[in-house]
Design a protein around this ligand. Structure first.
Ligand SMILES: [Zn+2]
Length: 293
């Protein structure tokens, strides 16, 4: 899906107005960000243990706020507040990045962001990686659709948390909803989002998001996707004319209504009888899970 350039550009302009208020000393954010625990910004020296636990506590609170904000941003009813919510989300992310920035010792070794990252931390397309009893329901649902003549193409099941994290931030940067330097670091992922200037960084992130084949705003790592726990599947479903299939109780169902794809409301009902629930959030056509999340 192509990013909505117009709105992203608009929010980017808004971001630059506010970013300077929160970022503090610009030199702290310029590269290379190699620093020690005793940064210039610290007023009072605290013990390293105490500092670590404060950082952990504050991080947890900030991550929880990000989860809540993500949820609010994706609600259709709050569209008019989207710009303000994104602005607030950016400031929380910036705070998080600043909080962890002091702990980064080797940024120089990082690999630049781009589409080749999609090959790392690969996800699965096999239903055998799904958890029980969801797996049983999915297999039975797919078999039932195929027996009725439907075409079912599975694009994702189990997803490593690293992949989910990379998908989310490549999307956010590509959309201009967050600056490359404001992504909080994550252990085990040595990615450098900053390509030297905002336009290049954003373009690389867009190519990366495209390589992941992202269909809608990915689940935030702060309110994790059902894919990470093997409780979700992405599949593209299509058929011609009428689809005759057995539901979860062995009853025959004939679907003549449109559209002839995974968003068909009658098919959604049949899926539910198998314990396979269509995404409750909008705009993610291939996504089904244990509970619609
Ligand atoms: Zn999905």
């Amino acid at each position: 899906m192509a990013p909505a350039m117009g709105t992203a550009e608009t929010s980017r302009v808004a971001m630059h107005d506010s970013s300077r208020d929160h970022s503090g000393d610009e030199s702290m954010r310029s590269k290379p960000r190699i620093s020690t625990a005793k940064s210039a910004g610290e007023v009072e020296p605290v013990g390293s243990l105490e500092r670590a636990s404060n950082v952990a506590f504050e991080s947890k609170a900030l991550l929880e706020s990000l989860g809540v904000l993500d949820d609010l941003v994706s609600r259709d009813g709050l569209v008019s507040h989207r710009a303000a919510l994104l602005d607030y989300q950016r400031s929380v992310m910036r705070k998080l990045a600043t909080l962890h920035g002091n702990d980064i010792e080797a940024v120089a070794q990082r690999a630049l962001s781009g589409p080749e990252w999609a090959k790392r931390f690969p996800g699965s397309r096999s239903t055998s990686d799904l958890v029980l009893p969801f797996r049983t329901g999915v297999n039975a649902f797919i078999a039932s659709m195929q027996a009725g003549g439907a075409k079912v193409v599975v694009s994702a099941t189990l997803r490593p948390p690293e992949r989910a994290w990379l998908m989310y931030y490549s999307w956010k940067i590509g959309k201009g909803e967050i600056d490359a330097d404001d992504v909080p670091p994550k252990a085990g992922i040595d990615i450098e989002w900053n390509h030297g200037n905002a336009a290049k960084s954003r373009q690389a992130a867009q190519k990366m998001a495209a390589a992941y084949g992202i269909a809608a705003t990915p689940a935030s790592p702060h309110s994790p996707s059902r894919h990470i726990t093997g409780q979700a599947i992405d599949m593209t479903i299509s058929w011609k004319d009428a689809l005759v299939l057995k539901d979860g109780n062995g009853q025959s169902v004939t679907i003549t209504s449109a559209p002839r794809d995974g968003t068909n409301l009658e098919l959604v009902k049949v899926g539910a009888a198998f314990g396979v629930i269509k995404a409750k959030f909008g705009h993610d056509d291939p996504h089904w899970s244990t509970d619609g999340h």
